[in-house]
Ligand binder design. Structure first.
Ligand code: NAD
Ligand code: UDP
Length: 319
C-alpha cells in the first residue's frame, strides 16, 4: 500500500474495537509505529490478532480513565463502547470513559504536542429536529435519558476538545461518525446491522424495534477509516467538527429485507418495543467532508452488506 504520509508514532485508544482494529491495520500497513491501547471491554485481542507479529505494532492494556504518558505524534481517541446495549451496561463508567478519557488524552496531547482526533458521533444531534443533519445543528438531546451517558459524554468530550484548543492551543480534529458497520463487529455487539445478519444466518427471527420506519445512514468501515485518516492529516487549523457518514438513508424495515434477501434466509421479521429516546431519523450532510477532505463514501449498502455477511458467515456458528 502506498504511504501518503511520512511514518509517525500513532496512539489509537479503543484500537482493539471494531473501528479501531481496522484503523490500526491501515496505519500499521502504511509503516507507522502504532500503539493500540484498550481495556478490552467491548474490544478483543482477536480483532488485532494479525497485527501482533508486526514490529511496528504494540498493544497496551490500559483504561483511558487513568492517565498515561507516551511519546507520540498523533492520537486517535476511540475508546468508548458504541453500542447502546454495552454503553448502557455501566452508564457511569461510559460517562467517565468519554469525559476522563478525553481529559487524559488531551492532557497527553498538550504535554507531548501531539495532534489529537476525537471519534465523536451523530448522537450529539440526539433525536434531530433538523433533517438531514449539518455540522451547524446543535442537536436535540435528552440530558437525563438512558442514551444520555453516551450522548452527553460525547458532547462534553467535544467541549473539552475545543476548550483545550482555545485555552492551550492543542491541535485538535473532531469527527462525527454516523452508523458504521463491517467485518470485526462483535456478533454480540447489539447494533442493528450485526444483529440482523447474525439472526439471518442462524435462521432466527429478525428483531425490529418499533415499527421499523425509523431511519439510519450506514457507512462501510473502510470508507470511514479513509475519512478518519484524511481528517487527521488535514490542513493546519481545520478542527471540524466534520460529519463522516454515508448519506444513503434506509428504514430498519428496508434493512431487514435487504439482509434477508442477501443471505437467502428463511428468517421471519418480528417486532419488539422501541427503546426510549431512539432517534426517528438520521442522515448526514457531508458537504464539509467533501470540500475539506475530498472525501465521500464509495461502498454502498448492498456491497457493504455482502462483505459483512461474508465475514459473519466465517465466524458465526450456523446451526
Ligand atoms: P467498539 O465498542 O467496538 O470499540 C470501542 C473500543 O474501546 C473497544 O475496544 C473497547 O474495549 C474500548 N474501550 C471502551 N472503554 C474503554 C476504556 N475506558 N479504556 C480503554 N479502552 C476502552 O465500538 P466502535 O464501533 O469501534 O466505536 C469506536 C469509536 O467510534 C467509539 O468512540 C464510538 O463512540 C465511535 N463511534 C462509532 C460509531 C459506529 O457506528 N460504529 C458511530 C459513532 C461513533
Ligand atoms: N434496532 C432494531 N433491531 C435490533 C437492533 C437495533 O430495530 O436488533 C434499531 C434501533 O432501535 C435503532 C436502529 O435499529 O432504531 C439503529 O440501532 P443501533 O443500535 O444500531 O444504533 P443507534 O440507535 O445508536 O443509531
Amino acid at each position: 500500500m502506498s504511504n501518503m504520509y511520512a511514518s509517525k508514532r500513532i496512539l489509537v485508544t479503543g484500537g482493539a474495537g471494531f473501528i479501531g482494529s481496522h484503523l490500526c491495520k491501515r496505519l500499521v500497513e502504511e509503516g507507522n509505529d502504532v500503539i493500540c491501547l484498550d481495556n478490552f471491554f467491548t474490544g478483543s485481542k482477536g480483532n488485532i490478532e494479525g497485527l501482533l507479529d508486526y514490529h511496528n505494532f504494540e498493544l497496551i492494556r490500559h483504561d483511558v480513565t487513568e492517565p498515561i504518558l507516551l511519546e507520540v505524534d498523533q492520537i486517535y481517541n476511540l475508546a468508548c463502547p458504541a453500542s447502546p446495549v454495552h454503553y448502557q451496561y455501566n452508564p457511569v463508567k461510559t460517562i467517565k470513559t468519554s469525559v476522563l478519557g478525553a481529559t487524559n488524552m488531551l492532557g497527553l496531547a498538550k504535554r507531548v504536542k501531539a495532534r489529537i482526533l476525537q471519534a465523536s458521533t451523530s448522537e450529539v444531534y440526539g433525536n434531530p429536529a433538523v433533517h438531514p443533519q449539518p455540522e451547524e445543528y446543535w442537536g436535540n438531546v435528552n440530558p437525563i435519558g438512558i442514551r444520555s451517558c453516551y450522548d452527553e459524554g460525547k458532547r462534553v468530550a467535544e467541549t473539552l476538545f475545543f476548550d483545550y484548543h482555545r485555552q492551550n492551543d492543542v491541535d485538535i480534529k473532531v469527527i462525527r461518525i454516523f452508523n458504521t458497520y463491517g467485518p470485526n463487529m462483535n456478533q454480540n455487539d447489539g447494533r442493528v446491522v450485526s444483529n440482523f445478519i447474525v439472526q439471518a444466518l442462524k435462521g432466527k427471527d429478525i428483531t425490529i424495534y418499533g415499527d421499523g420506519t425509523q431511519t439510519r445512514s450506514f457507512c462501510y468501515v473502510d470508507d470511514l477509516v479513509e475519512g478518519m485518516i484524511r481528517m487527521m492529516n488535514s490542513r493546519e487549523g481545520f478542527t471540524g467538527p466534520v460529519n463522516l457518514g454515508n448519506p444513503g438513508e434506509f428504514t430498519m424495515l428496508e434493512l431487514a429485507e435487504k439482509v434477508i434477501s442477501l443471505t437467502g434466509s428463511s428468517s421471519k421479521i418480528i417486532y419488539q418495543p422501541l427503546p426510549q429516546d431512539d432517534p426517528t431519523q438520521r442522515k448526514p450532510v457531508i458537504d464539509l467532508a467533501k470540500k475539506e477532505l475530498g472525501w465521500e463514501p464509495t461502498i454502498m449498502l448492498d456491497e457493504g452488506l455482502k462483505r459483512t455477511i461474508e465475514y459473519f458467515g466465517s465466524v458465526v456458528q450456523v446451526l
